[in-house]
Design a protein around this ligand. Structure first.
Ligand SMILES: [Zn+2]
Length: 132
């Protein structure tokens, strides 16, 4: 019975070439029964770097770190019922990042804080004598 892990030659599906089944041409795959990675070393390196680029796109961290105009723009946009796709496009924010802020409630938290601040300011402004 031919077991593929025992053959001397290993085929790389990416570059479509055959290599000796050895650590010289293939990385070890510790969690695989098939002792080596599926792809040859150069192809494996290409795939790994592509993968990590996809996994780590440039990110804007934290809604609060955006400049005030953008924060206000986004909040107004949400209140005007603009779609997330629209807002992320307008402000050049990765969609996933935006979803993350919403999930963590960062936008909502900021919105509430701003409402509170403006309520306090308006109160002081409209009723200057109350505070005296
Ligand atoms: Zn290859």
């Amino acid at each position: 019975m031919a077991n593929s892990s025992q053959t001397k030659i290993k085929h790389c599906p990416d570059c479509n070439r055959d290599f000796p089944r050895s650590p010289e041409f293939f990385y070890k795959a510790p969690r695989s029964k098939n002792a080596f990675q599926r792809r040859c070393k150069p192809c494996h390196n290409i795939k790994t770097s592509e993968y990590s680029r996809k996994r780590n796109p440039p990110k804007i961290f934290g809604f609060r770190k955006l400049n005030d105009n953008v924060k206000r723009g986004i909040i107004e946009g949400l209140e005007e019922h603009r779609t997330k796709a629209e807002l992320t496009r307008i402000y050049g924010i990765p969609y996933g990042t935006f979803m993350d802020w919403q999930k963590k409630g960062e936008i909502e938290e900021y919105r509430r804080l701003e409402k509170l601040k403006s309520a306090l300011t308006n109160q002081n402004f409209n009723n200057p004598h109350i505070m005296v």
